[in-house]
Design a protein around this ligand. Structure first.
Ligand SMILES: Cc1cc2nc3c(=O)[nH]c(=O)nc-3n(C[C@H](O)[C@H](O)[C@H](O)COP(=O)(O)OP(=O)(O)OC[C@H]3O[C@@H](n4cnc5c(N)ncnc54)[C@H](O)[C@@H]3O)c2cc1C
Length: 303
């Protein structure tokens, strides 16, 4: 119930304006967001790199509704790529197609994406296309497959809560496309998505096995210790090396687990969001674990 309310609130513009302008909520967001500037993200990346952790940089923004915003967002990603090259930090890039203008036109979005992939491929930097709500699933898979014919360093994300995901994983694996496997962060109806955690987890484990057996350097993105234990067992039983995949986690979530996996010799990458458009991202993190709301509120009271 609270989860649904938080996901609904993620779309509410008046609430967004209040939260984003409020000094206390801005400081609360810092647990999950590296800061508002690329410089903040670079600092956070350096700290993570020192801990033996790689980074996926996400210049926050989504569902832009005018062309200027889509171009500005593209410029933000291009600056991030340039910065990775110039500073030598250990990071790749995550992009959202709706930040590049997918809601305006597919042509605009693809033009912006090509600009990003051209620059990233020149520098050998991998770009992951995040998966958004189900209205975008088919387009995201189609665009990724098409881009992958031109650019080797592009992959996407598959959500285990969707019934369709096995078919999508099969198609992406057949094309040699790198996949990040997640449970899924949006509110989706029963007609297309598992609702019970047990079902989402069971599907996650099946897709994880498929990706680890046949995928191209998959990313197992979760903080779920039971799933991480299943990954260890599956890879051990099937002789799959630790260099064949990576674990991924979110900035500010289960730092202890991140360090433990690094110590055990696993590749770990942390998703580092930054920028001024952090409101919907923060609300999704609250929805995943409503007790975060208490953490955030108690910090706000102490501040
Ligand atoms: C690197 C990365 C990239 C992602 N990209 C996408 C994407 O492109 N599209 C998409 O739909 N989703 C994405 N997600 C989010 C994902 O779909 C889940 O919503 C999120 O990871 C929580 O699921 P979980 O696998 O950790 O399992 P859960 O069963 O939700 O959580 C397991 C445990 O992890 C901890 N935990 C989980 N989330 C939080 C949190 N927010 N705060 C504190 N503790 C938490 C808790 O201890 C919890 O008990 C991404 C996640 C990661 C890690």
């Amino acid at each position: 119930m609270l989860k649904d309310t938080l996901l609904y609130m993620a779309q509410n513009e008046r609430l967004r304006d209040f939260v984003v302008q409020n000094r206390m909520t801005r400081s609360m967001a810092r647990r999950f967001v590296a800061g508002e500037t690329l410089n903040d993200a670079t600092q956070a990346t350096r700290v993570l790199n020192k801990r033996g952790i790689q980074v996926a940089l996400d210049h926050l923004g989504e569902n832009v509704s005018d062309e200027r915003e889509a171009r500005a967002s593209t410029q933000g990603y291009l600056s991030a790529i340039e910065n990775v090259k110039q500073t030598g930090i250990g990071a790749n890039i995550s992009v959202k197609l709706t930040a590049l203008g997918l809601d305006i036109s597919k042509e605009l979005c693809e033009e912006n994406l090509v600009a990003i992939l051209e620059q990233a491929s020149e520098y050998g930097i991998f770009v992951c296309i995040d998966m958004e709500g189900s209205a975008y699933t088919q387009q995201t898979v189609d665009i990724t497959l098409r881009m992958h014919q031109r650019f080797e360093h592009v992959g996407t994300v598959i959500q285990s809560y969707l019934y369709r995901s096995r078919k999508d994983v099969e198609q992406l694996v057949a094309g040699g496309v790198r996949v990040r496997l997640v449970k899924g962060a949006y509110k989706e109806p029963q007609a297309i998505a598992f609702q019970a955690k047990a079902d989402v987890d069971r599907n996650y484990i099946q897709l994880m096995m498929l990706l680890l057996s046949r995928g191209n350097f998959p990313a197992i993105a979760t903080h779920d210790e039971a799933i991480i234990a299943a990954v260890r067992k599956f890879t051990r039983d099937h002789g799959i090396g630790r260099d064949a995949f990576e674990f991924q986690m979110l900035y500010g979530v289960r730092r202890d687990l991140q360090d433990m996996l690094v110590q055990q010799g696993y590749n770990v990458r942390v998703y580092v969001p930054y920028g001024s458009q952090w409101y919907p991202y923060l609300m999704r993190r609250m929805a995943e674990r409503p007790s975060n709301l208490m953490f955030v509120v108690s910090n706000a009271i102490r501040a």
